[in-house]
Design a protein around this ligand. Structure first.
Ligand SMILES: Nc1ncnc2c1ncn2[C@@H]1O[C@H](COP(=O)(O)OP(=O)(O)O)[C@@H](O)[C@H]1O
Ligand SMILES: [Mg+2]
Length: 354
C-alpha cells in the first residue's frame, strides 16, 4: 500500500525558485507520469520524493506519515535514473545485489529476489556481464532490476527511455507497463515526451516552469485541456490556436472569414483551438470558413496531415485521407466541425466553457 500526498512543495537552489508549491495526491498502485518541457522541475520533484535533496517548503506524506525528515533508505522508495548509474566494475548480479545487501537481507533472500527480477526482466543470460558489455536497453533493464530487488512501495523512474533508440523505446515502454501490472506498486514516471505519457499513464501531471498546469487521465487532457499550454503540449500534431473575435454569434478571424461553433462565452476576444481532425479542407474558394495556403503534406500511409498557412501567418494542421493529397501553394478553404473546437481566453489562455 502506497499513497502519496504532496502539499505545497517548494524547492529553491540558492535564490532561484524551481518549484513554486506543488499540491498532488497519488493513489495506491497508480501509474502517474510527470510530463513537461525540459527544465520545468520534473527531476527536482522526483528527487525530493526520493529524499535525495531537502525540500525548501511544504510536506510530503507517505500513507499519511510525514516523510520530510526520513532518510532515502527508510522511505521504501526506489529510483531509476536517466543515466542508469550502474557500478562499472561490478557485474549485473553484483549491481542488483548491492542495494539489497545494504538493506540487511540475508544471502538466500538476496539470491531469490535477484532470480525473480532477472526472470521478469529477461536478464538471466546476462548476470555475469559487466555494464560495458551490455547494450543501452540491457543496462536500463539492470537499473530497473536493481530497484526491483529492493521491493519498494514506490518506484520512481526518471526519463528511463531517453537514451534508447526509437525501436527499443517502444519495447521497453511495453515492458514497463507489463512490470507495473505484475508488481502492482505505485509508479511515478518522468518524461518530456507526451506520447510516452499518453500511452503509459493512469494519471498525467502536466508541469510547466515549476508549476502544475493540469492533472488528469490521458483522455481528460486531450479532450478538455485546462489551458493553451496543455492543449498544445498534449496531442500530435499540435493543436492550432487562432486569434478570433466574437461578433454576432460567430467567431471572426482578423484577416477575414468566420466560423459558427454554437454557444459562445461572453467575451469579445478569444483563441480558437483546432485539432487536426476538427477541420476540413476544401479546394473551392469561398464558402463557409476561412482561407489558407497549403505549405506541405505529410503522407503517413493510413492518413495524411496537410499543413496550411492562414492569412495571419498561423500554421494549421489538418488530417485528411491518404488519397486526399493537397499540392503545395494551392489555396484552400478551411471549415470547422462545430462540436469539436476548443475555446480559450485571449488574456490568460484558460479554457472557456460557453
Ligand atoms: N542542483 C541544482 N542547482 C541549481 N539549479 C538546479 C539544480 N538542479 C536543477 N536545477 C535547475 O532547476 C530547474 C529544473 O531542473 P530539473 O528538475 O532537472 O528539470 P527537468 O527534469 O524537468 O528537465 C532547471 O532550471 C535547472 O537548471
Ligand atoms: Mg530531468
Amino acid at each position: 500500500m502506497a499513497q502519496l500526498s504532496l502539499r505545497g512543495i517548494k524547492k529553491s537552489f540558492r535564490n532561484v525558485d524551481v518549484l513554486h508549491g506543488i499540491d498532488l495526491e497519488i493513489g495506491d498502485r497508480e501509474f502517474v507520469v510527470f510530463v513537461g518541457p525540459s527544465g520545468c522541475g520534473k527531476s527536482t520533484l522526483l528527487r525530493l520524493i526520493a529524499g535525495l535533496d531537502p525540500m525548501s517548503g511544504g510536506d510530503f506524506l507517505l500513507n499519511g506519515k510525514r516523510m520530510n525528515d526520513v532518510p532515502p533508505s527508510r522511505r521504501g522508495i526506489a529510483m531509476v535514473f536517466q543515466s542508469y548509474a550502474l557500478y562499472p566494475h561490478m557485474d549485473v548480479y553484483e549491481n542488483m545485489a548491492f542495494g539489497a545487501r545494504l538493506m540487511g537481507l540475508d544471502k538466500a533472500e538476496v539470491e531469490a529476489r535477484i532470480a525473480e527480477a532477472a526472470r521478469m526482466l529477461r536478464l538471466e543470460p546476462l548476470l555475469l556481464r559487466k555494464p560495458r558489455e551490455l547494450s543501452g536497453g540491457q543496462r536500463q533493464r539492470v537499473a530497473i532490476g536493481r530497484a526491483l530487488v529492493r521491493k519498494p512501495q514506490v518506484f520512481l523512474l526518471d526519463e528511463p527511455l531517453s537514451n534508447l533508440d526509437a525501436a527499443l523505446r517502444s519495447d521497453v515502454r511495453l515492458e514497463i507497463a507489463r512490470l507495473h501490472r505484475q508488481i502492482g506498486g505505485t509508479m511515478i514516471y518522468v518524461t518530456h515526451d507526451q506520447v510516452e505519457a499518453m500511452t503509459l499513464a493512469d494519471k498525467i501531471v502536466v508541469m510547466n516552469a515549476g508549476r502544475i498546469e493540469q492533472v488528469g487521465s490521458p483522455r481528460d487532457l486531450y479532450e478538455t485541456p485546462a489551458n493553451t499550454f496543455v492543449a498544445t503540449f498534449i496531442g500530435s500534431p499540435r493543436m492550432t490556436l487562432v486569434d478570433v473575435k466574437c461578433e454576432g454569434g460567430r467567431l471572426v478571424l482578423p484577416e477575414g472569414g468566420s466560423v459558427h461553433v454554437g454557444a459562445l462565452p461572453q467575451v469579445s476576444e478569444l483563441k480558437l483551438g483546432l485539432r487536426s481532425d476538427a477541420v476540413k479542407l476544401d479546394r473551392e474558394a469561398g464558402g463557409e470558413g476561412f482561407a489558407g495556403q497549403v505549405v506541405y503534406t505529410e503522407y503517413l500511409g493510413d492518413n495524411a496531415y496537410v499543413y496550411v498557412r492562414l492569412a495571419d501567418g498561423t500554421l494549421l494542421a489538418a488530417r485528411t485521407g491518404p488519397d486526399d493529397l493537397f499540392e503545395p501553394d494551392h489555396m484552400v478553404t478551411v471549415s470547422v466541425e462545430p462540436g469539436s473546437v476548443h475555446l480559450f481566453s485571449a488574456e490568460d489562455g484558460r479554457r472557456l466553457v460557453p
